[in-house]
Write a protein that binds this ligand. Structure first.
Ligand code: PMP
Length: 410
């Protein structure tokens, strides 16, 4: 009698299969140091200035529940069905209205809803970048955007920046020499530095793009989190139509777990993005979009943003105060008008990657600045996020950081 058996899972994994290697593309791009680091800082006793997480106690649970209830009751089965790739029309109208109110006339049709603005960056890389194309990026910059361009085969070229943001003279010189296709810039409360580009320099970026024929990708997820100073114009409002493509997000103003973002673009680019999005995920969650549209129409978002602004302003001020006694003499750091991040530079000779190892022994964390540079990383910078904890806990964190600095110095 012969018995046929299906192999058990153990037997299957015990066999060594012969499979092709991963694509050269994925092998060439490094994993995000920050996402890897988040795992380390998840121990509950660690006060982490590393993650850049919005404060969970500020999430408007009640408002979110009311909106999900409403769409499941009224929209019923439609809100659980497949839907269009472009996104929920009411949500697109709500996003467009917010741009228009900020001085950039926008229609619902100008908007493509994406699964987080991260997907917008990924789709734009697919649609705009051919292997070998030059993409100019601020240095330092948001690493996960650089990953998108690298996966598309871009040649990333760093444009230096200082406390005023990207160096617009260097930008013009590089554009003249390299004929880039794209410039990636986070002009307001940048990740990782918290810096903002002045109105004058925004005009210079728009002018350089027109003169040298490259597109600007204006990634602006932090702009509504302003705690002081005057709002700045979008680069898109200062440039010729189609010269600038913008990405935005509900992650920092509503909730990142919703994974709702958008791309504002011209029609020809949007047609390409729609094809790329069809290939990526067909469309963003129907029910999440409907709930967000309901939340906007209920007029809750502005109140939620005002609450976040009030709380984050105090947290920024606490970190500013705490850093003064935590970092070694001779360190410098900025006082951002908004966003989530402070950028600090320690005196020559300090290595913040080494300091992080000591800091983790003291149950405090930050991100070493080197992680954010496409090339030539300086060893002595760090990014600190101030949004996650209340002021008292922030000050406890800076006390621990002071102890780590003293231990590392001694
Ligand atoms: N752009 C920047 C500059 C960011 O900092 C982030 C997230 N931290 C994103 C885009 C992506 O955010 P999300 O996908 O949550 O919208």
């Amino acid at each position: 009698m012969s018995i046929t058996t299906t192999p058990t899972a153990a037997a299957t994994t015990a066999r060594t299969g012969r499979v092709p290697a991963l694509s050269a593309r994925i092998g060439a791009v490094r994993s995000s140091v920050i996402r890897d680091l988040l795992a380390l800082t998840e121990r509950p006793q660690v006060i982490s200035f590393a993650g850049g997480l919005p404060a969970p106690e500020l999430f408007d649970l009640e408002g979110a529940r009311a909106s999900f209830d409403a769409v499941l009751r009224a929209g019923g089965r439609r809100s659980l069905q497949y839907s269009t790739t472009e996104g929920d029309r009411r949500l697109r109208a709500g996003i467009a209205q917010r741009y228009t109110a900020r001085g950039l006339a926008t229609e619902a049709d100008d908007i493509l809803v994406t699964t987080g603005s991260q997907q917008g960056l990924s789709l734009l890389s697919t649609v705009l970048v051919d292997p070998g194309d030059v993409v100019l990026v601020e240095s330092p910059s948001y690493l996960a955007a650089l990953q998108c361009f690298a996966l598309a085969g871009a040649r990333l070229v760093a444009v230096p920046s200082d406390e005023r943001g990207i160096d617009t003279d260097a930008l013009a010189a590089l554009a003249e020499r390299l004929r880039p296709k794209l410039l990636y810039v986070v002009p307001t409360f940048q990740n990782p530095t918290g810096r903002s580009l002045s109105a004058q320099n925004r005009r210079a970026v728009a002018a350089a793009a027109e003169q040298h024929g490259f597109r600007v990708l204006e990634d602006d997820p932090y702009t509504e989190l302003r705690y002081s100073g005057e709002p700045l114009p979008t680069i898109a409002s200062l440039a010729a139509p189609g010269q600038v493509v913008s990405t935005g997000s509900f992650s920092k103003i509503l909730a990142p777990g919703l994974r709702l973002g958008w791309v504002r673009s011209d029609p020809a680019l949007r047609a390409g993005l729609v094809v790329a999005k069809q290939a990526a995920d067909l469309h963003t969650s129907t029910v999440d979009q409907a709930a967000a549209a309901h939340y906007l129409e209920a007029g809750r978002l502005d109140a939620a943003i005002a609450r976040s602004r009030g709380a984050y302003r105090l947290r920024r001020d606490a970190l500013m105060a705490g850093l003064a006694s935590a970092l070694p003499p001779g360190s410098t750091w900025n006082a951002p008008d908004g966003g989530m991040f402070v950028w600090a530079s320690l005196p020559h000779g300090w290595d913040t990657t080494r300091l992080l190892a000591v800091a983790l022994q003291h149950d405090v964390a930050f991100v070493p600045g080197a992680s954010f540079f496409p090339s030539d990383p300086p060893p002595n910078a760090m990014r600190l996020s101030f949004t996650t904890y209340e002021p008292d806990r922030i000050l406890e964190g800076t006390d621990r950081l002071a102890a780590a600095v003293a231990a590392a110095a001694g």
